[in-house]
Design a protein around this ligand. Structure first.
Ligand code: NCD
Length: 302
């Protein structure tokens, strides 16, 4: 593995190897015992063309926990605002010879373009609605840690499936690892084609939730909608928002996940998001660090 551009390029063994390495770092972080110099003298360039809280900070903390240094490129102050084009910016930054690039971009496949020109590993921190591989890996680690295995798990993904890179990467990873995946969305947010076979489509919570072990909600990705596809947030919440009452009724044993950012009152009710017995949301965030440590270790370490 030279780059991490998407789950699409990983087979079951490669996914397992990353998850096992991430598990190693979960324990190492708990015991405060790991090689803090593993990436000493490595310089990692963060190229985030889209906003981020979790992914950016998590990559930075993971890099620093391994002794690497991080340079954060800033779109606002970059020469792109002076008229330089994207590829010239990339070639300029690559000429400075970073040891790795972690990037996020709104254009479909942008990290693939950069990987062809870069002198170093490129890690996709999310591109367009295509892929967000480290999110799917940290979600998988969270599920595997909670349930012991991904094999046979029933995961219902609810929300804006059409515009979500988190949905795409999760669908690919989970089906490859033997989980059953369902997607639940209004027709307008349900893509015709999904990135894997065998995924069941539902248009209501009532039909899609029974039997789910995990319910994963997704934000309405309004920045990727050409027009307002959803008439009102309230109407959406009334039909697709998760509440304690709905989970109690249709999938009482299910655990709740969301990649964040959580838009209060849109994906789920506050009490559900904060229910420690049901919500894995902050565990997902925490697992982002060992997952990204594993990826950096495997791709950037000598
Ligand atoms: C997601 C993203 O940016 O793709 N967030 C994340 O990385 N944790 C999901 C989103 O923006 O809704």
């Amino acid at each position: 593995m030279k780059h991490l551009l998407g789950i699409d390029a990983l087979d079951k063994d490669a996914i397992l190897a990353i998850l096992d390495r991430a598990e190693f770092y979960v324990r190492a972080l708990q015991e405060k015992d790991w090689d803090r110099e593993r990436l000493r003298h490595k310089l990692i360039l963060h190229l985030f063309f889209e906003n981020s809280t979790r992914t950016l900070i998590s990559f930075e903390m993971a890099a620093k926990r391994l002794g690497a240094e991080v340079v954060n490129w800033d779109l606002e102050t970059s020469s792109l605002s002076k008229g330089e084009n994207f590829l010239d910016t990339i070639d300029t930054l690559c000429a400075m010879k970073p040891d790795a690039i972690v990037m996020r971009h709104s254009e479909y496949g942008a990290p693939l373009v950069v990987a062809k020109r870069a002198p170093c590993p490129v890690i996709n921190g999310g591109d367009s609605w295509r892929e967000h591989p480290t999110q799917a890996l940290l979600d998988a680690l969270t599920m595997r840690r909670h349930f012991g295995t991904l094999e046979g798990l029933c995961v219902a993904i609810v929300g804006d499936i059409a515009h979500s890179r988190v949905a795409s990467s999760n669908i690919e990873l989970l089906t490859r690892m033997g989980a059953h995946v369902r997607v639940i969305a209004p027709e307008i947010l349900m893509p015709e084609k999904l990135p894997a076979e065998g995924v069941e489509k539902f248009s209501s919570l009532e039909m899609g939730l029974p039997g789910a072990d995990v319910i994963m909600t997704l934000r309405l990705q309004k920045e990727r909608m050409d027009t307002a596809l959803i008439a009102s947030d309230t109407a959406y919440f009334n039909e697709y928002g998760l509440t304690t009452a709905i989970v109690d009724r249709f999938a009482p044993k299910a655990m709740i996940m969301d990649p964040g950012p959580l838009v209060r009152g849109l994906q789920m009710s506050d009490d559900l998001a904060e229910d420690p017995a049901r919500s894995l949301i902050l565990k997902q965030v925490a697992n982002g660090i060992p997952t990204r440590m594993a990826v950096l270790d495997m791709l950037v370490g000598d």
